[in-house]
Design a protein around this ligand. Structure first.
Ligand code: AP5
Ligand code: MG
Ligand code: ZN
Length: 210
């Protein structure tokens, strides 16, 4: 899943993973879990994340490559927020080709920058299970509490407006080039991320089942 910060990658990736019963692999969630647990990786990643910068490629690639070798990934998986740079995409292709595999779809969830700033200030996240809500668009059943696991919801540290602007700039500079990368491979599918969550999901499923 490609898309700017706040485009709805995570929201859609989770729905896809549920529908097709395959794992959802979010590098952002993995880093946040590491930060929460105070691991070495978490300490390193947090320095970059809090500034809205990308974590260096060398801290990301092996993490993902190790993850999709796990048994639960044998029928496929959804990558959310990875790859995010051309070197990451190349490293991913190389790792996959070693086992005769490839990425089947690169789905770009397309949303304009103005809409994004609005969404992020209303986002509430569960740091325990990774679920995401929006105070207006997608509210939890009970205010401030995760529907899935019952833990408290938080405003992410990097969702402050200044940091969101920085993340958008970093996205345009380092991640947007991946759109051309996957167009050239003939697997890019763009969907409209400004529709409702269910409408966007419907569009993605149509693309996959076409
Ligand atoms: P990451 O966690 O991946 O953050 P991100 O890309 O900035 O994306 P977000 O998770 O903020 O947004 P999303 O697209 O998942 O949107 P969501 O579904 O939540 O990465 C965080 C940081 O980790 C990075 O900045 C970087 O430092 C580091 N990192 C991670 N991966 C890396 C990598 N590969 N390389 C290097 N560094 C890496 O939706 C947003 C909000 O909108 C929610 O509130 C949601 O409820 C709402 N919403 C969703 N869909 C709709 C809709 N259709 N209509 C209305 N509201 C909606
Ligand atoms: Mg996300
Ligand atoms: Zn939860």
């Amino acid at each position: 899943m490609l898309g700017a910060p706040g485009a709805g990658k995570g929201t859609q990736a989770k729905k896809l993973a549920d529908k097709y019963n395959i794992p959802h692999i979010s590098t952002g969630d993995i880093f946040r879990a590491n930060i929460k647990n105070g691991t070495e990786l978490g300490k390193k990643a947090q320095v970059y994340m809090d500034q809205g910068l990308l974590v260096p490629d060398e801290l990301v690639v092996d993490l993902v490559v190790d993850r999709f070798k796990d048994a639960d990934c044998k029928d496929g998986y959804v990558l959310d927020g990875f790859p995010r740079t051309i070197p990451q995409a190349e490293a991913l292709d190389e790792a996959l080709s070693k086992s005769g595999e490839r990425i089947e779809y690169a789905i770009d969830v397309n949303v304009a920058d103005e809409v994004i700033i609005d969404r992020m200030s209303g986002r509430r996240a569960c740091l325990n299970c990774g679920a995401t809500y929006h105070v207006v668009n997608i509210p939890p059943k009970k205010e401030g509490i995760c529907d899935t696991c019952g833990k408290s919801l938080v405003l992410r540290e990097d969702d402050k407006p200044e940091t969101v602007k920085k993340r958008l700039a970093v996205y345009h500079e380092q991640t947007q080039p991946l759109i051309d990368y996957y167009i050239n491979k003939g697997i890019l599918k763009s969907v409209d991320g400004t529709k409702t969550m269910d409408e966007t999901f419907h569009e993605i499923v149509q693309v996959i089942e076409m």
